[in-house]
Write a protein that binds this ligand. Structure first.
Ligand code: GEK
Length: 244
């Protein structure tokens, strides 16, 4: 499988809205590791958290799975009996490559890959639902319904693992976190042109919210414990627990 270095925005261009197409799927592992601080740690820890909360005879959902990194991590760590993982992505290019990845790694807990919009998916008999940097790409007006659907589909004691890029609610704080993130990208080899063109491409596609907004939505759905277990600059991951 061809896998390359992300040079999508390295040349001056008329920037159009970012989409998860073939060219992105081909360089995705390089792109996400050079763009999201702590990505490898987050993915590995998602596997450990999944193992802690996976219940026997239940499903684990990975919504917006891209190439299946979180599914593979969950599969590696889960020891509960008779679990299955459903990895969902609405990008055909991603879902196809995900299928190949999953076959290559021979997952311990079986992974099925589905190419569909996560909004069409029913969540049933779930003990873990993973959304690793996916909700930020969904229309904000749809987000309450999605979180409620996940809550309803989870078994008591089940969890939602939600990672998001966040805004900060003071201007100084927000600017500081954005500056630190851009410096992280520079240190990973992205040029000023790449950083600014990517920012433009994501403007209408990725709509980020603050931790407080996410927490309010998650708690309104019924989750009673929201644990922010990872933060680096403006990137965080949380676990939300459905009461027993
Ligand atoms: C990882 N979780 O490596 N339905 C299904 N998939 C969607 C939808 C939707 N409505 N909208 C966006 N996606 C992965 C990384 S990337 C994050 C997730 C990033 C998919 C989209 O096609 C893409 O593959 C993924 O969500 C977001 O652990 O690139 O910053």
């Amino acid at each position: 499988m061809q896998q390359g270095k992300d040079a999508i925005y390295s040349q001056p261009q008329e920037v159009s809205s970012f989409s998860f197409d073939q060219s992105v799927a081909e360089v995705f592992p390089d792109m996400i590791q050079r763009s999201v601080p702590g990505y490898n740690t987050i993915v590995d820890t998602i596997g450990q958290i999944s193992a802690q909360f996976a219940q026997a005879d239940t499903s684990i959902y990975d919504l917006g799975c891209s190439l299946g990194a979180a599914s593979l991590s969950a599969s590696k760590y889960i020891h509960a009996k008779n679990c299955k993982i459903l990895a969902v992505d609405n990008s055909e290019a991603m879902a196809k490559r995900c299928e190949l990845h999953v076959q290559t790694f021979k997952a311990k807990t079986p992974i099925s890959v589905l190419c569909d919009d996560l909004q069409n998916i029913e969540i049933n008999n779930a003990s873990v639902v993973i959304m690793n940097f996916t909700l930020q790409f969904i229309d904000p007006t749809q987000r309450n319904d999605i979180i409620e659907k996940i809550y309803q589909g989870l078994k008591p004691g089940g969890v939602l693992i939600l990672s998001e890029k966040l805004s900060h609610n003071t201007q100084t704080g927000n600017e500081l976190l954005i500056d630190l993130h851009h410096e992280f990208k520079r240190r990973n080899g992205y040029s000023e042109l790449e950083i600014s063109q990517k920012r433009t491409a994501l403007e209408d596609v990725m709509r980020i919210e603050s931790f407080e907004q996410h927490k309010r939505r998650i708690e309104s759905a019924g989750f009673n414990d929201v644990i922010r277990w990872f933060t680096c600059f403006n990137f965080s991951s949380m676990v939300a627990v459905k009461p027993n």
